[in-house]
Write a protein that binds this ligand. Structure first.
Ligand code: GLC
Length: 643
């Protein structure tokens, strides 16, 4: 992006430049009126955020003015239906907090193409989904490309999946069905064959500045000392030598993913433009991929730097001007303590992300399952901050990545246990290495030499459904109960619970032959299977596993929608019970009980403190003074006044 040379003079005491004023004047009257109001509201904060990042640069005013003009142009180009959605959601910021249910899938694995996804809208509606996260579908770099997370163009779709018209049409159809489309916005890096990287490689000085370079092995060694390694087995190190430049480019993830340099305002401006362009195609939510890594500060681990929050808050402010219907979701796989700033609760206060992944809760629920004791989940939830108005946790059981264990180290240390030993135990259990384990997962690479390896595998594999052989019998029954327990907890806690494609039907890990056919050595392919059309057709037959799991999730979704409140800000607090295997959670006065043990238990209702109680699943009032929970049993309870 090139900035205009306009002088920073102000006109009519407006806090914006003549160029911005002219742009506003050129818009249809009604849009101009609304956009002026939004600008007046947003600009003081936006200016301050950007001044912190770029104020030292001589062309700052011109940068700001050009950015505002392109943001206004994006708002001008918004189709009437999206503009109307913006107005509605601006006046109803809690629109996404009324029982939203997410589903996450790869386009090719779920339905072949974007048009194929459109054909599957009925399926998603049947399940009760209102938010669809499609994993990267933009034009990717040459394979292997980290499952599409190495983006070669933000303005084009991966040709095998469709084109921008197909995206627009899909978004519109989803919106008509009450489903919001979420797209990844890979902010941290681009593919080595993205035009910016190609220009940088060819020594174009402006594009060289889009990336971070080190010019000696010594500098690389010095910097590496402070950094973690994300893929130490398949992509060791954080820098990649580029012969044409005789220098090392920063590549936190794979060598094909070149980290962007946000100290360069042109990078910010181009990524903002990419976001608003996608929003104008109807994308309603952005998953801000690897958010924690956006700012590099030499001598630190370059994670969660304060500038990350300036960047994300500035992005949020731009959406508040041009596309306020849009949600921002932080993918910051960090310990719970690091997450409040992603909701704008850090040193830089202000609106930031609406949603963030609660990865500690996810990892803790798997530790709890393997230990048959929910102590770690309680510890995580006891330290989970209350959220500001309009914010939600994304909860999940599985996703396309490995289960990363190290996020839990602070909680385990607080419990006084040896965190590494305990995490290693959970990880080897889920990899099926522990004697007698029911799980069929696999190890993933560790993120530092003292770290525990991550774990791969579909829910069915990790809970013992795969191992039980799908022949019926008590082991299969227990596995189904484990899946129900994990999803029931996620649905109870989450503002946005996410179903990972295939879990609703109990899909197994990717088959060995399929894995062999896939390019690249990434172990996470294990839990990226194709949709099973036979299982999909069995979903209405309760005598089948797909039928039972689909029915179980349908029930959770309906009961959550009809009986569980969706108040915000949401407080979830554990309530200690005398029975160690049972997790009791209070959510705005309601209670969820989750038995993490294979042994049935009885809970004295007196311990819950509220009577009488209604069982949300059956609708019946509890008539006895004890509650029986079967193996891995669940109860959601309403005090009488909610019932
Ligand atoms: C995120 C994605 C992961 C990807 C990485 C690099 O963590 O979830 O799949 O490998 O970012 O883009």
């Amino acid at each position: 992006m090139k900035f205009s040379g306009e002088a920073p003079t102000l006109r009519q005491h407006r806090p914006w430049s003549p160029l911005v004023a002219d742009t506003l004047d050129s818009l249809p009257a009604e849009r101009a009126r609304v956009l002026k109001q939004r600008l007046e509201h947003e600009l003081p904060n936006l200016r301050s955020l950007l001044e912190h990042l770029y104020g030292r640069l001589p062309n700052f005013e011109s940068f700001l003015s050009t950015l505002l003009v392109s943001t206004l142009r994006a708002a001008q180009q918004r189709d009437a239906d999206l503009w109307a959605l913006d107005l509605a959601r601006e006046h109803d910021p809690a629109w996404h907090q009324r029982g939203m249910v997410g589903y996450c899938a790869y386009v090719d694995k779920f339905a072949g193409t974007l048009d194929g996804v459109q054909q599957r809208i009925g399926y998603l509606q049947e399940l009760g989904v209102t938010y669809l996260h499609l994993l990267p579908f933009l034009k990717a770099g040459k394979a292997p490309n980290d499952g599409g997370f190495a983006v070669a163009s933000f303005a084009e779709i991966e040709p095998t999946l469709g084109d921008m018209n197909a995206l627009k049409s899909l978004c519109r159809a989803l919106r008509g069905a009450g489903i919001s489309l979420c797209s990844d916005l890979v902010l941290n890096h681009v593919a080595e064959d993205h035009a910016w990287a190609r220009a940088a490689r060819a020594a174009d000085p402006s594009y060289r500045e889009y990336f971070h370079w080190l010019d000696s092995e010594e500098a690389v060694r010095e910097q590496e000392q402070h950094l973690v390694q994300i893929f130490p087995a398949t992509a060791p190190g954080n820098f990649t030598y580029v012969a044409e430049q005789n220098a090392w480019v920063w590549t936190t993830f794979y060598p094909c993913q070149w980290d962007l340099n946000y100290a360069n305002p042109a990078v910010f401006a181009d990524m903002a433009a990419a976001m608003l362009h996608l929003a104008n195609h109807g994308v309603e939510a952005f998953r801000l991929d690897s958010t924690g890594f956006l700012w590099k500060r030499p001598g630190t681990n370059c994670m969660n730097q304060p500038e990350v929050h300036l960047i994300v808050q500035a992005m949020r402010s731009l959406t508040a001007i041009a596309s306020p219907a849009v949600l921002l979701k932080a993918e910051a796989i960090m310990p719970t303590q690091e997450l409040p700033p992603y909701f704008g609760l850090g040193p830089v206060r202000g609106p930031e992300c609406h949603i963030a992944y609660h990865s500690s809760l996810m990892a803790a629920s798997w530790v709890a399952l393997t230990e048959e004791n929910p102590e770690v989940v309680s510890e995580v939830l006891a330290h989970t901050p209350d959220l500001p108005t309009g914010c939600s946790w994304l909860t999940y059981v599985r996703c396309h990545d490995d289960i990363g264990w190290n996020v839990l180290r602070p909680e385990l240390a607080a419990l006084g246990s040896d965190p590494l030993r305990r995490l290693a135990r959970a990880a080897s259990f889920l990899s099926g290495e522990t004697e007698g384990s029911y799980a069929r997962g696999a190890r993933f690479q560790a993120s530092d030499p003292s770290a525990v390896h991550g774990t791969n595998g579909m829910t069915a594999a990790l809970t013992g459904l795969t191992g039980a052989g799908r022949q019926g019998g008590p082991q299969q029954e227990l596995a189904l109960q484990r899946i129900a327990l994990m999803y029931a907890m996620s649905f109870f806690v989450g503002g946005l619970p996410l179903i990972y494609m295939g879990d609703e039907l109990g899909l197994d890990n990717t088959s060995a032959s399929e894995l062999q056919a896939r390019q690249g050595p990434d172990g996470r392919e294990l839990h990226r299977p194709f949709m099973d059309e036979v299982a999909l057709r069995q979903r209405h037959d309760p005598t089948t596993i797909p039928g039972q799991l689909f029915g179980m999730l349908r029930k959770l979704i309906t009961v959550r929608q009809e009986r569980l409140g969706h108040g915000a800000p949401l407080q979830i607090r554990p309530l200690p019970l005398s029975c160690a295997s049972v997790l009791c959670l209070r959510r705005n006065g309601q209670m969820g009980l989750f038995n993490f043990s294979r042994k049935p238990v009885r809970v004295a209702l007196q311990e819950l403190g509220a009577m009488p109680l209604q069982d949300m699943f059956s609708g019946a009032q509890l008539a006895t003074d004890t509650l029986e929970l079967g193996p891995y049993g669940v109860a959601w309870l309403n005090p009488a006044e909610h019932a």
